[in-house]
Design a protein. Sequence first.
Length: 273
Amino acid sequence: MKKNNLLINVLKMQEKTMSAVLEVLVEIGDKDCYDRCSESSKPRELTKAAYERTYSVPVPDLRCMITGISQASLTAAAPSSPTPKNPVTLSHLLARNADAKERLSLGYKKGDIENIRNTILLCKGIEEAFNHKFVSFVPTDKPFSNNRYKLHIWVDAVKSDPIYEGAALTIGSFEGAPLDLTVGASLHNPFKRTLSYQAFRAFKTWGKRFGLTELPEDSDTSDYQGTYKQRRASYAKQLAKDAAADAEENEDEDDTLALADGAEEFESSDEEA
């Protein structure tokens, strides 16, 4: 009986301790408006309704952040036609199926996959191109404005793809278009390190194939526990070193060719003499 009472008391103390810890965690929860993850670690399915709750914008009025198209704007353009299917989709920056290693490299907890900051709003065709790393959002020369990112197309073949099924407009029509993060009267704040990470992976995928030597600029200055930033810096350093070596090799080849041409000219003048 005494043992049971002792066990009950221990469990009650543990419950009080965990309750106190939870209160502290809630109290010190990240209030940074930039790039620290603070959502619950419990995954939940995020939908466009989360944008409606967060920004007080009805789902039909939610705009693609590249094209500006919404279901409401399509309806207004053709009021006598049946209500069109909503072309705007919730696009995850880091995929739902990302493994633990990938998540941790960006300082993500499991629940941050379904954090609204891990999403942006895109037309379905652009979302699919983004997921396949055919396009990225890279920094503009306006890092402190709303238009701090623009659409960059890595693979020309995707330029002719429609922005959504049945659309006359193509993805190529929006090359260089700014990523407009305004939602209603508010400014959406996606995880910038994840936009950088997707562009980095896209560059590694297509860089050598298309002879690219310049890694997109990284405007992410967030502080987080993860290895991505260091890995990117090491890669950029090696890329610069390889480019310098290639330039030096090309210079040597030019010098060799110049010497060979000079020698031929000299032999030709000797023969004439």
